[in-house]
Every structure is written in structure tokens, then in C-alpha cells.
Design a protein around this ligand. Structure first.
Ligand SMILES: [Zn+2]
Length: 234
């Protein structure tokens, strides 16, 4: 594959659970012609690769190995990388990196709304860890308290605006291949976790204004699958 990835075309979005990272990164990717890369969706693969390299013991939790080099190996196109594992050490603190941070009470309220009654202790611990990683750095942090998804998306676009100006707008087939790559990571993740419940995929029409999603069962999808299209288009 021809590497045409410029440093400015690897965008990084960090932050704890319920900050809105995945939702806004997906919308951003579709609107501006990037691949959406979920670090979470690659966890299984990264753990296996780290274990093969002798850096990690499978089944021993998330591990402390650096996912940065593997992520860079994985991406071959303009990509927005998001996940709670994105650290200032991994992504740097330049204009291509940003962290979305809710306050602790806001995070708890969002987690509760998402999954009422569940135990959120593990995810709250992540909030403290990320705060500690950001402390004393020059990383850009967007406080997402009381923000709607469109507002957070807008804040992300403001931050990345200089890079977006330099980003060549891909043609429709390229955009389609980017969304397909983004969706395929969800299929691979579902297979790794033996998940059979429906997954929310992005519509692959590649219209920059389309925000439609399609619920599908991963077992119904093969690599040679037809394009996933919103019923609204047919
Ligand atoms: Zn569409």
C-alpha cells in the first residue's frame, strides 16, 4: 500500500468513557473524509500482537504496553484515532491531538443515563488516570460539560480547522472505502468477542451530509459484503 499519510492526517481524540469520543469522531470522519479508527475495536488485535512480541500476557487485563506504534502501523489513510488509551505520550500535544473531558459529575451522569444501575467504578477510575496524564502537559482539552453532540463536534472542528484546510477532500469512491474500513473494524471486533447482537454501522453512501446509521447483526456480514446503505436511500 502506498503510504500517503502526512503527520497532520493522523488526528487523535482522547478522553474517558462517555466523553462522546466515538460519536463525534464518527461524525467528523464521515463529514470530512477520514477513516474512523477506534482503539477499543482493536484491543483484541493489539493484545495479541503485543503478546507475540513478548510485551504482554494474554488474559492479564489491558496491559501497559504502548499501542502507539501498532496504531501507526494500522493506518494508511487520513484517520481520526479515538479512545481512552490515547495518551499525550502517544499522540503528542500538537494541533492534531485533543482530549474531550467531562467533569467527574458530568461523566457519572452520562454513564448512568447510558446504563442505569450499572457499576461504573472502572470507568470513573479511567477519568482520574487521563486527568493525571494530561496534568502539566500543553495538551488541548475541550470541556464537554452540558454540550450536545453537535456542539462537541463543532468544538472538534474548530480545533482541527487549520488541518482541515490542508486536508484534500477525497472523492466519493475514496470516502466510501474509508467508511467501509471504519465499519469493518466493528465486524472484526464483533467476531473477536463472539458478539451476535446488532451493531450500529455508518451509512456508506459517502454523502458528507449523511449522518444515517444502520443496525445490523455482524454475523450477517462477510468481507465481500455489499455496501451498507440507509433504508432512506433506497
Ligand atoms: Zn447515507
Amino acid at each position: 500500500m502506498t503510504p500517503y499519510l502526512l503527520p497532520s492526517e493522523a488526528l487523535w481524540v482522547g478522553g474517558p468513557a462517555a466523553a462522546g469520543k466515538s460519536t463525534v469522531s464518527r461524525l467528523f470522519a464521515r463529514k470530512h473524509g477520514y477513516v474512523w479508527y477506534s482503539v477499543d475495536a482493536h484491543t483484541f488485535d493489539h493484545e495479541q500482537r503485543a503478546a507475540a512480541a513478548g510485551l504482554h500476557e494474554l488474559g492479564a487485563g489491558p496491559g501497559a504496553f504502548d499501542r502507539g506504534p501498532m496504531i501507526l502501523e494500522d493506518i494508511h489513510a487520513p484517520t481520526i484515532v479515538e479512545g481512552a488509551f490515547v495518551t499525550p505520550t502517544m499522540a503528542g500535544t500538537g494541533p492534531n491531538a485533543v482530549w474531550l473531558m467531562p467533569s467527574k459529575p458530568e461523566q457519572l451522569a452520562r454513564l448512568h443515563e447510558r446504563n442505569p444501575g450499572a457499576n461504573h467504578e472502572g470507568l470513573i477510575w479511567g477519568w482520574q488516570l487521563i486527568n493525571d496524564q494530561l496534568a502539566g502537559t500543553t495538551a488541548t482539552v475541550i470541556n464537554v460539560d452540558n454540550q450536545t453532540i453537535p456542539q462537541t463536534l463543532n468544538a472538534l472542528e474548530q480545533h482541527f480547522a487549520p488541518l482541515l484546510t490542508a486536508h484534500p477532500t477525497p472523492d466519493t469512491p475514496t470516502r466510501q472505502s474509508f467508511i467501509r474500513t471504519s465499519n469493518n473494524q466493528l465486524v472484526v471486533q464483533a467476531h473477536a468477542r463472539n458478539r451476535t447482537t446488532p451493531i450500529t454501522f455508518d451509512c456508506e453512501c459517502a454523502d458528507p451530509t449523511c449522518t444515517d446509521v444502520v443496525e445490523l447483526t455482524p454475523t450477517a456480514l462477510s468481507q465481500a459484503r455489499p455496501a451498507i446503505l440507509s433504508p432512506r436511500h433506497t
